[in-house]
Design a binder for this molecule. Structure first.
Ligand SMILES: Cc1ncc(COP(=O)(O)OP(=O)(O)O)c(N)n1
Ligand code: 3NM
Ligand code: MG
Length: 587
């Protein structure tokens, strides 16, 4: 009989878990888990085979481990736990192990995985399978690591560290695939994400065809998700041409038949007219994940990053579908942030996973010119809704950005000035860590005091012309407009965008005149500024709004569709999918 004491991290608290392993006469092993109380006393295990067994615990078992060794007494002997607690309070962190190649240019491979996990708040350990000499032009050389050394790296990490998820990238030999599978049998983890790296985004072959059969036979059947791009999906299926979304769907099904629990076929290389559409297949349903195509040369490493971001989401406890959506959103945001960065002279540059490389990263106000693509999903906060659902403003803002909000507006009509400034500072930190601008509603003083990225004013607030004089040329100014005249005035006053509504009736803003889709269209057709629609917008009516046929309608501004719900994250994802789906159709 073995007695173990393990500390498990649950909801921010470390819970001691007693592991009692009893070997029955029939050699079957019973692993019993029990959370001993913090006090001394007997702990009883109900065992289906052995009835009730009592074990006495001597010594306190606190929820935060301390070095005092504990003695566990059974009916007839005292057994010391096999694990000794650590000396100082510890915090179990989500952990991804990447098994991939090193990219000397640091845009893809191990380096991309490390940066992605760092950006997403997940610890990442590494097993290097090959060292490549590559840059923004292509791959100049590949030096596989000896297989025995890959095995040694795997043992070093998996035997010592609590890895939640393993993510695989470039695996250059059949032997390495077999070594990995053996290691995962010896050291099981919660999930395996397989990015079947065979061809680099620059078109260079990173794994020869002999690997394909062992990937199919050995690795895919034990994978939780596999994330091929078009070329890799085609190679996995014997070279079938994949040129349409329908082809992607059938490829996802056929690859799923090879054994992985989920499949994500990335359609970024699909020819126009589609935006970057990926097919997520869970064995039953297909999900088309659309996202705005970011026009940039800095796409090197997007595949690796998407897979390691999925692994990070799984390590943090997200469901597979949530992890995929958040990962996709993360990559889009990083590409969008990095689109005008210049590294290397080749055709494909790296991107900035950490959103830190540009001057004054933390201040949108210094970004030359307002980026109208930020208007895509405009989240406007509401304290009353936060109070109703029992959450803080910071939690609400975090969840909406995680779900896909592209710009945040703090709209507080009752709060005291000092509190409003504090709130703005806290929310600005969250927004800027994710590359999202923060706008303050009405209050120019609060925007100045918190150095927010801009202000949104209505017709009865300070005139946009005055706001511009106070904030300077690089802050973002939005104006509420219901009429064409107001839209022209906003343009004359130097505003950056207009908020136009209420498109539909809303209870969020009292006594608000509804202008309908016709009113919205009339303003859009006159406006020289980008427009964001607002008022009573929900996932159901997004298509009717976005398809009014106005190129300068850049997005939707919503309050209750996001914040008058228990789960802001999922409601925001729903709205994000709805609006990106429409954007891709109307571009
Ligand atoms: C994007 C956007 N559009 C409109 C509004 C409405 O602003 P609000 O202060 O609530 O009302 P008015 O002052 O415009 O009448 C907004 N907040 N955001
Ligand atoms: C803040 C605001 N401004 C409006 C305008 O018409 O200018 S309508 C509105 C409320 C929007 O809330 P919901 O998304 O819950 O309908
Ligand atoms: Mg106002």
């Amino acid at each position: 009989m073995d007695i173990g004491l393990e500390y498990r991290y649950e909801n921010e608290v470390l819970i001691p878990t007693l592991l009692v392993q009893i070997e029955l006469e029939s050699k079957t092993k019973l692993l019993l888990q029990r959370r001993p109380s913090c006090a001394q006393g007997a702990t009883h295990f109900q065992t289906p085979h052995l009835g009730t067994r009592s074990y006495r615990i001597e010594g306190m078992i606190p929820t935060i481990p301390v070095r005092s060794p504990l003695t566990l007494c059974t009916n007839n002997s005292s057994i010391r736990p096999t694990t000794t607690a650590m000396c100082t309070p510890t915090h179990r962190v989500p952990h991804v192990l990447t098994v991939a190649g090193s990219d000397s240019g640091a845009g893809a491979g191990i380096q991309a995985d490390l940066k992605a996990c760092a950006a997403l708040g997940v610890y990442c350990s590494t097993v290097v399978t090959a060292v490549t000499a590559q840059n923004t032009v292509g791959v100049q050389g590949i030096h596989p690591v000896p297989e025995t050394f890959v095995a040694a790296q795997l043992r070093s990490v998996l035997s010592d560290m609590q890895v939640d998820v393993v993510k695989t990238g470039m695996i250059p030999s059949i032997g390495m695939v077999k070594i990995l599978c053996q290691s995962l049998q010896e050291f099981p983890v919660r999930a395996l994400v397989v990015d079947p790296v065979m061809v680099s985004t620059s078109g260079d072959v990173l794994a020869d065809s002999s690997i394909v059969s062992v990937l199919r036979k050995d690795l895919l059947p034990v994978a939780d998700i596999v994330t091929p791009n078009l070329k890799e999906a085609s190679i996995l299926l014997g070279g079938v041409p994949l040129e349409t979304v329908a082809h992607l769907r059938s490829a996802a099904k056929l690859i799923h038949d090879l054994g992985p629990r989920y499949v994500l076929v990335k359609g970024g290389d699909l020819p126009a007219p589609f935006d970057a559409v990926d097919i997520f297949f869970d064995g039953q349903e297909y999900h088309e994940l659309l996202g705005p195509r970011v026009e940039t040369r800095n796409t090197h490493g997007t595949g690796c990053t998407l897979a390691s971001s999925i692994a990070a989401g799984l390590a943090k406890g997200l469901s597979m579908f949530e992890a995929v959506q958040v990962a996709k959103r993360f990559v889009e945001s990083a590409l969008h942030y990095s689109k005008n960065i210049s590294i290397g002279r080749g055709v494909q540059g790296p991107f900035d996973h950490l959103l830190k490389l540009k001057q004054n990263t933390n201040s949108f106000s210094l970004r030359r010119g307002f980026d109208k693509s930020d208007l895509l999903l405009y989240a406007i906060t509401d304290s009353r809704m936060n109070k109703k659902w029992g959450r803080s403003m910071v939690e609400a803002v975090k969840a909406s950005i995680k779900g896909g909000a592209t710009i945040i507006q703090l709209r507080e009509k009752e709060v005291e000035t000092g509190e409003f400034v504090e709130l703005a500072l806290a929310c600005k930190e969250i927004c800027h860590s994710k590359g999202v601008p923060l706008i303050i509603n009405d209050r120019v003083d609060v925007a100045l005091a918190s150095n927010a990225d801009g202000v949104h004013v209505g017709q009865s607030d300070m005139q946009a012309r005055t706001v511009r004089a106070l904030l300077g040329p690089d802050k973002i100014i939005g104006v509420s407009c219901k009429t064409e005249e107001q839209a022209l005035q906003a343009w004359n006053d130097g505003a950056d965008y207009i908020g136009c509504g209420g498109v539909f009736p809303t209870s969020t803003k009292e006594n608000n005149r509804t202008i309908g889709l016709d009113g919205l269209k009339a303003v859009c057709l006159t406006s020289k500024l980008p427009v964001v629609a607002i008022g009573g917008i929900s996932a159901d009516n997004v298509p009717s709004v976005m398809e009014i046929g106005a190129a300068n309608l850049r997005g939707i501004a919503v309050v209750s569709a996001l914040f008058d719900h228990d789960c802001i994250f999922s409601e925001t994802m729903k709205m994000y999918s709805a609006v990106t789906h429409c954007r891709s159709r109307t571009k």
